[in-house]
Design a protein around this ligand. Structure first.
Ligand code: GLC
Length: 458
């Protein structure tokens, strides 16, 4: 009985071929529709105003910041040519207070962090203007290479007084308040930064993906396809898909736990795909399923159906615990004991408990890899015949992927590749490379700042 209940729950995270195909079809449709509309119900397919990839020969010194869901990185980037860069980078955690405070407090803090970096690198330019590239890991509606209106922010952010405002102005006002002469010459999404910077080192890169706190992807599209774009004429352009928000026709195979996560989030109904696959939510999916299993006595029976307080808080089960459990190859999954003892004060697990936790964790992680693979396939299909040549035996296509889930989650890359091979067939898949793209944020932003500042990109 409890075995059936357990299997039923795990089974909900196992996707059928049809469910995977529905994701591919659904995203393909949204990718096409997003080219002509700004309907917020669709993924936004934001034009980046970047019309070429770097050549690797770029040189110069640029400041960069990378604002993500968890950290702010500040950097001084020396582009040295020949694909070489020298970077001094600092990382600051964005506190909960900042995330839900005023825009002014946030942009003051960003200026303070920038001033601290300038001190570290002992960069005294007198009054000379410094150029900055900005990677912003949230959706904006881009209006120029260095301008864009801030849209709804996910990842637990709720800043007052920024929605609809221009990010360049918000940042530069902060710099001015703090006496810094810094000008924003480029604003890019983190996926665009990943694509640009990975192409700098690996020129066959055609798609940039982020799989971290959140998820998203950018690719290169023919400008003639982007009917909503009304900037300067160009042949091709990098688009920020914002695939995090896909799923408007509810083709996503949501379980009741996915729906629960969405319902209690700051913005219900927004970024439902992201809430199923990215780092901020994977651990929470496991926790919600565990709570159900405990209450039904289908796991940890010694608790008598009562969920301990330590497991009852939202986001208490970190995605990191899943990585720990999945990287343990001992047959009796001893790491499960450790996680529950150390982080939740729960002891006395049976061997069946450990196996069940492992199976649940594995199913949730695997679903994430499979759904990411399906989304990459939809993007490859969309770009096929233009920036990607899936059927040319001499053409390698690299997908640069950045983020803790791709980098740290055991077997993630392998699982993704396995799924892509199943969907695309052996031959096509053998010409696709999934490569870890590290710290694209700051370097990508600096590269685009350089190109834009010299009048190259627009
Ligand atoms: C969120 C943001 C998106 C970003 C992604 C990855 O989904 O909306 O802009 O690229 O997270 O960080």
């Amino acid at each position: 009985m409890t075995a059936t209940f357990f299997q039923d729950i795990v089974q909900q995270f196992v996707l059928s071929k049809e469910q995977v195909q529905n994701i591919i079809n659904g995203l393909t449709e949204e990718l096409v529709e997003g080219l002509s509309t700004n309907d917020p119900k669709n993924i936004t397919q934001q034009p980046s105003f970047i019309t070429r990839l770097p050549t690797g020969k770029e040189t110069g010194l640029y400041l960069a910041i990378d604002m993500g869901g968890t950290n702010l990185r500040t950097a001084a980037v020396h582009l040295l040519g020949d694909g070489q860069v020298g970077v001094t980078m600092e990382k600051h955690e964005i506190t909960q207070e900042l995330k839900t405070g005023t825009g002014e407090a946030m942009f003051d803090w960003i200026a303070d962090c920038t001033a601290a970096l300038l001190k570290t690198v002992a960069l005294d330019m007198g009054n000379a203007e410094l150029q900055m590239g900005v990677t912003f890991s949230f959706a904006i509606q881009q209006t120029a290479i260095n301008r864009g209106k801030v849209l709804a922010m996910g990842k637990g952010f709720n800043l007052s007084d920024v929605m609809g405002k221009d990010l360049k102005d918000l940042l530069e006002d902060g710099f001015t308040r703090k006496g810094l002469n810094v000008k924003v010459s480029a604003i890019i999404n983190d996926t665009v930064g990943t694509l640009v910077s990975h192409a700098y080192v690996s020129p066959s890169t055609k798609i940039g993906v982020i799989l971290a706190t959140g998820t998203n992807a950018a690719y290169i599209e023919r400008a003639s396809e982007v009917s909503k774009y009304n900037g300067p004429p160009c042949d091709q352009m990098i688009l920020n898909t914002e695939w995090d928000a896909m799923g408007k026709a509810s083709y996503l195979p949501q379980t009741k736990y996915d729906k629960q996560i969405d319902a209690v989030s700051l913005v219900p109904g927004f970024q439902e795909f992201e809430k199923m696959i990215s780092g901020l939510y994977l651990g929470e999916l496991v926790r919600l399923a565990l709570v159900d299993l405990i209450e039904q006595n289908a796991i940890f029976e010694f608790l008598g159906g009562k969920v301990p307080e330590s497991l009852s808080h939202r986001l208490a089960f970190k995605t990191l615990f899943m990585s720990t459990i999945e990287s343990d190859h001992t047959p009796d999954h001893t790491s499960v004991d450790k996680v529950f003892k150390t982080s939740f004060g729960i002891e006395g697990l049976t061997s069946q408990d450990r196996t069940r936790v492992y199976e649940l964790v594995h199913a949730v992680g695997k679903r994430s890899a499979l759904m990411t693979a399906a989304a990459c396939v939809a993007l490859l299909y969309k770009a096929n015949g233009a920036s990607v040549q899936l059927d040319d035996p001499n053409e390698i296509t690299t997908i640069g992927i950045d983020g803790s889930v791709f980098e740290k989650y055991p077997h993630f890359s392998h699982s993704m590749m396995e799924s892509m091979t199943e969907i695309l067939g052996q031959e096509r898949a053998s010409r696709i490379r999934l490569e870890l793209a590290r710290d694209g944020g700051c370097i990508g932003a600096a590269l685009v700042a350089m190109v834009a500042h010299n009048g190259g990109a627009v």
